[in-house]
Design a protein around this ligand. Sequence first.
Ligand code: ZN
Length: 343
Amino acid sequence: MSATAPAQAEGPSSGDLASRNVQRRAVEAVIWGMSGVNYDLMRQEMLRKTDAKVNQFLFWGRPLDWHNQTLTPNPDTLYFMAFLDTREVGPLVLDIPPANGGSLNARGAEREPEPVAGRVKAIWPGARIRVVNDLSAAGYGFLRHAHDDACIVTVSSGIGHKVFLDGKPAIGPSGRGGEIGHLRVDFSEEAPLCECGARGHLGALACGRAVPEQAVRLARRDPGAFARSSLAAPVAGQARRVDSHLVARTFKAGDPWAMALVGVLAAPLGQALAGIHAAVGVERFVIMGGFAQALGPAYLALVGQAAAASTWDFGQVWGRMLELGEMGDDAGLIGAGRLAARE
Ligand SMILES: [Zn+2]
């Protein structure tokens, strides 16, 4: 038996690695600096050549031409542009609405994690930047004091949640907390598909997006009951065409079939909330989102009944533990503002 030591390949020395590292940092600094310099030049031009001031929105009424010497000109885009300065006005909250027929920084569509904080920092080197998820931001708005416990749940075209313990969102070391919408609650073969591609997740069964599928399933169980309901005529007898608006309207009018359908939608959510309560003991659930708002307090009562039926009776009163988040679409903005003021 013989042993030979393989010849060590000549690797880069630690000095080489250090100088490569420095060079890479320098290249990054130039790349990051470019957007900062570009942005500041645009700000200076705005102040010099237009009546606009910082903290106002500048609307470019015409597509730009060759006179515009920015680094990345888009000649077919009408821009809105704002140059923000927090020195005098204090903390600012940036809320980015869904694009409607336009686009907002095309990188957003690539679904890559966007280094938002780094980009803002390049523009405002002196500012303290905090990037907050929309539901966490809303949560800060609902906390009654800096150490409050609450679970914020959104029920709209999907389902999301955030548990706040001692005033902070509990999301775990990998940031996975807040995905109750992807908890599997229906294990049947024909369980509806979730947007993530899996079957039977809460988000596919219990929110506004789940309405047509659940309507079909309920109508199949008792076609006569659906045909007699006030929902059948507006959709010409096709349960698949039942949408969340029709359900909200007929549910509020007391239609028994609509109430049964909302019961089917509320049940898995109540079960999931009972799990959260049993796991961490949180006693305040703030339900927000368009679908929950449209259905109102009677919906909360059904969620509460389902929650009560899903766990041991520890003496909890679900009617008092569930509330509708009343801030609507502004909840994230208000919460982010409160967080900024608190920090
Ligand atoms: Zn899913």
